[in-house]
Design a protein around this ligand. Structure first.
Ligand code: NAG
Ligand code: NAG
Ligand code: NAG
Length: 418
């Protein structure tokens, strides 16, 4: 099972961009108003609760990481708007194929929105790194994003990795609702049951993106090595939804195994496809916390190893019939199928946010859709961010997840060898 090469990660050989003036643009921290102030817009007497409540049946908090490459700022912003909810945390990152200017523009676009400034929950990584999805530089970037999220806020529950070519298949009210009653220690990792995938792990590769400033392809050694016998390797989809506890376990490394495995995988192709899988199956603490599902709609291309089919309108019905929360990869920012998802699933206007209990007044209304002015508040008046109102997709996902979580507790079949 291989990740698609489609556009989501850096792939070219572009010029090195000189060191940045800012290492980390943490826009979320700028001009953050104090919580519990009266909304400055719309209904003056509405109490805006800016800080999410936790526990007691309140919805969880997701920490999203969206990574993209040169020319993908617009896609990242569109995806951000499609998954925005004030409870969540968002970390946006452009790799070193993009320029300082691109990163600056992305940061300015975020800062320009009143709602992002008020809730202070969207961050842009100001420094660039070379990334190759096939190599250990992609695993390093994922762990880095988790480490930043751990440092930035203490309150999130799940870490969700996305790329600029992903799109949601449900709104955040639905997703937050579906996760509300789940045990907070449930990890979503899809394990492959295909035989033969392990053959890749005896290859020895070198990922020059770890030490070169320009993006470069992996180098393959002629020699092969024996499979490890100190631990067993497991693998599957590189797209995951992982708990805060598990990310701390991987990032902080008080147990030596995550660190050792990281070093071992630095010379393996596609380390993201086995790092979390192998750690979780090797840990008595986390082994029983797995739901064997990544909640992504991905059609792995069986004819070409390592590729997923690009999704388009012909996959729409199938995609929505799956109970996935996200789908990938889409070809471009303005693919008609994305507009169809906006229209029929998210109720999102072309430049707007997705309406939800926290901001009910927005959305597509037939008469206004074409007359929407370019510059408009994304959310003119917001309400309670601790309430979510699910639609049928949210209710159905909640039932599905509850079932999966119970099954996950009683089986560690995904950690059996294939
Ligand atoms: C692998 O799992 C899929 C469903 O997830 C199933 O259809 C298929 O039969 C399984 N294959 C093997 C070899 O177990
Ligand atoms: C959609 O994708 C399928 C295969 O994944 C392809 O056969 C078809 O031509 C594509 N349709 C469009 C409209 O691009
Ligand atoms: C979409 O949002 C608009 C404006 O808030 C609302 O009038 C409409 O009922 C919503 N449509 C759906 C299908 O929820």
């Amino acid at each position: 099972m291989r990740t698609s090469n489609i556009s989501s990660w850096c792939s070219g050989y572009l010029l090195w961009i000189p060191a940045l003036l800012v290492t980390l643009v943490l826009l979320g921290a700028i001009s953050r108003s104090s919580p519990n102030v009266f909304s400055r817009y719309g209904n003056k007497y509405q109490l805006s609760v800016g800080v999410p409540l936790k526990g007691n049946g309140n919805p969880p908090i997701f920490a999203y990481w969206i990574c993209g490459t040169e020319g993908e700022s617009e896609r990242i912003l569109r995806l951000l708007k499609a998954i925005y909810h004030p409870r969540n945390r968002y970390l946006l990152q452009l790799d070193s194929c993009s320029s300082d200017y691109d990163r600056g523009q992305l940061a300015l676009s975020v800062q320009a929105e009143e709602v992002f400034r008020y809730f202070g929950n969207v961050y842009v990584v100001g420094k660039s790194f070379a990334l190759n999805q096939m190599g250990s530089s992609a695993l390093a970037a994922t762990l880095h994003a988790a480490a930043l999220h751990l440092k930035l806020s203490t309150d999130w529950d799940w870490f969700i990795t996305l790329s600029a070519s992903d799109y949601p298949l449900m709104n955040q009210d639905d997703l937050l609702h579906a996760f509300t009653l789940l045990p907070r220690n449930t990890n979503f990792i899809h394990f492959t049951n295909k035989t033969g995938w392990k053959e890749q792990t005896d290859r020895i590769v070198n990922d020059p993106n770890l030490y070169l400033q320009e993006v470069a392809p992996l180098l393959y050694a002629v020699e092969k090595r024996t499979m490890p016998d100190a631990f067993k390797i497991f693998g599957g989809s590189p797209w995951t939804i992982l708990t805060r506890d598990f990310m701390e376990y991987c990032v902080k490394g008080w147990d030596n195994f995550p660190r050792k495995l990281l070093m071992y995988l630095s010379n393996v192709p596609y380390p993201l496809e086995s790092y979390f899988h192998t750690i979780i199956c090797s840990s008595s603490e986390f082994k029983n916390s797995v739901v064997n599902n990544d909640l992504r709609y991905i059609l792995w291309d069986t004819s070409a190893l390592g590729k997923a089919k690009v999704l388009n309108m012909s996959h729409y019905d199938q995609m929505l019939a799956s109970r996935a929360a996200f789908a990938r990869p889409f070809q471009t920012d303005d693919d008609p199928v994305l507009n169809k998802i906006d229209e029929s699933v998210l109720n999102r206007t072309s430049k707007g946010l997705v309406p939800g209990e926290w901001c009910p007044g927005i959305g597509r209304s037939k008469s206004l859709e074409n007359s929407t002015p370019d510059k408009e508040d994304l959310c003119p008046s917001w309400g309670n961010i601790n309430h979510v109102t699910p639609g049928p997709r949210g209710v159905s996902l909640q039932e599905f997840l509850a079932k999966l979580a119970v099954e996950g507790r009683f089986t560690t079949g995904h950690c059996q060898e294939h």
